[in-house]
Design a protein around this ligand. Sequence first.
Ligand code: GLN
Length: 490
Amino acid sequence: MTDPTTLTIDEARTLLDGRELSARQLTEAFLARIAETQDAFNAFITVTPEQALEQADAADAKIAAGDAGPLCGIPIGVKDIILTRGVRTTAASHILESFVAPYDANVVDCLRAADAVIVGKLNCDEFAMGSSNENSAFGATRNPWNADCVPGGSSGGSAAAVAARQCIASLGTDTGGSIRQPAAFCGVTGLKPTYGRVSRYGVIAFASSLDQVGPMAQSARDAAHLLSVIAAHDDRDSTSVDRETPNYAAALDGEVAGLRIGLPREYFTGGIDPQVQQAVRAAASQLEKLGATVDEVSLPHTEYAIATYYLIATAEASSNLARYDGTRYGLRTGEQDGLLDMYRQTRAKGFGSEVKRRIMLGTHALSAGYYDAYYLKAQKVRTLIRSDFEAVFLDHDLILAPTTPTPAFRVGEKSDDPLQMYLNDIFTISVNLAGLPGLSLPCGISDTGLPIGFQLIGKPFDETTVLRAGDAYQRATDWHRKHPPEPEAK
Ligand code: GLN
C-alpha cells in the first residue's frame, strides 16, 4: 500500500470508509513521521499523540457505526494561536508559554464535530507577527524544501507540516498574508477566506479588522473540504456572518470556461524575481488554455498598502496585546514593586522584540495628536484600496497575481531589517485590507529548488469560484503534487 502520509483527504476517506486503513493506523503513520522529522523542521510547538490516538479510535468507532463526519479520522495540525482545551496554546510567545485554554476555539469545535484527529499545535511567529517564523519563542521552523531557508510566516509551521507530510492538512491564520505567503514558500495550497466567513472565537487576536482563519492543504480540493467544516456561523464572534455554508468541494467541477481573470499591472513590476514572474504568467496562460479570459487590470493604490497595513495592524495589535499584563493569565515575573512594575517586568520579559516594536509603533499611531495623521489616514487609504478591487470586480471574476516577490529567503537574511521583512508582504496584504478571499497555489519550482506560488483573489464570499479555478488549474498541472526531498538522516 502507498505510504499513508502521502494521501489526500479524499483518498484517505475512501480507504477509511472501505476499512482498508484504520484511523489509528493513519494517525500512527503521521505521528511516526512527526517523530522522525520534527528535529529537522521544528514545525510543531506541541505534539499531542495520546489525544490524537484517542480521537483516532473514536473515529474508527464512528466509521464502524456508519456515522462518520466529513473529516472522520483525518490528521490535522492547528496553528498554536488557536485555542485548544486542555492543550497549551502559546502564540509562540514566552508570555503564554504555559497557558492552557479552558475552552476550544470555534474552528476546533468544528474540527471535532467533523471527527477530525488533531495531532498537535504548530509553530508560528510570535502572536502571528512576522513573515519568516524567526520570531517564534520556540525557535524558527525550517523550510522542508531547504532547511537553510525560512518556511515563511506567520503560519510557517502550518505550511511546513503539510509540505513535510506531518499532517494531511492544517489550520493557519492570515492577517496580512500569513496563510498564503508560507503556502507559497513551502509548495502547499492555502486559503484566506473572506473576512467574516470563519469565526475567530478562541483565536488569539492580532489585528481584529484583518485576522481570518483558513485551511492549508495539499490541494484546492482538500482546502475546500476543510473550509466547508470551519465556515460556520457563530454568535460568539460578532463579525461572523450568518450565511449558508456551501459544500465547497461539491462545486469543484473543473470548469473555468468564461471566467474573466484580471492580472494587476502593479503586481508584475519592481522587485519581482524573473522566475516568479515567469511561473505566475505561465499559470495565467494555463487557465486561459482551459477557457478563461485573461487581461491586464490596475489596482492603482497598491503602493500604499504596506504603509497602510503596518499602521492599522500595529494599532490594533497594541490594543489587543494590552491584556497580557501578568494579571489574569500567562506569565507574571520578578520581584514586583507595585502594579506598574509588574506590568513592566512581565511585558519586558514575556514579549519578543518584534512584538514590542509593533506595540510601540501602534501605540504611537493611536496617541493623541497623531491619531488623525496616522490611524485615521490609514483607514481612508484602506477604503481606496478596497475600491480598487471593487472596480476590477465590476467586470472580472478573479484576480491572479504572484503570492510573493521571491521564493523563500534564507534564515537570517532579513531578520535584522524589519523594513525588508515587511516589503515581502507587498502582494498579500491588500487582500486583507479589502477583506477578500485569496488562495495561494504552487505553480513552479525555482532553479534553486524552491517552490513558487500564485494567488487567486475573489469577490467577497465567492470562495467557490476561487477554489473552482484553483482546482481546475490543479487538475491540469502537477506542481501541487511535488514533494520536497527527504531530510538528511541524523
Ligand atoms: N507578515 C505580516 C506581518 O508580519 C502578516 C502576518 C499575518 O498575516 N499574521 O504582520
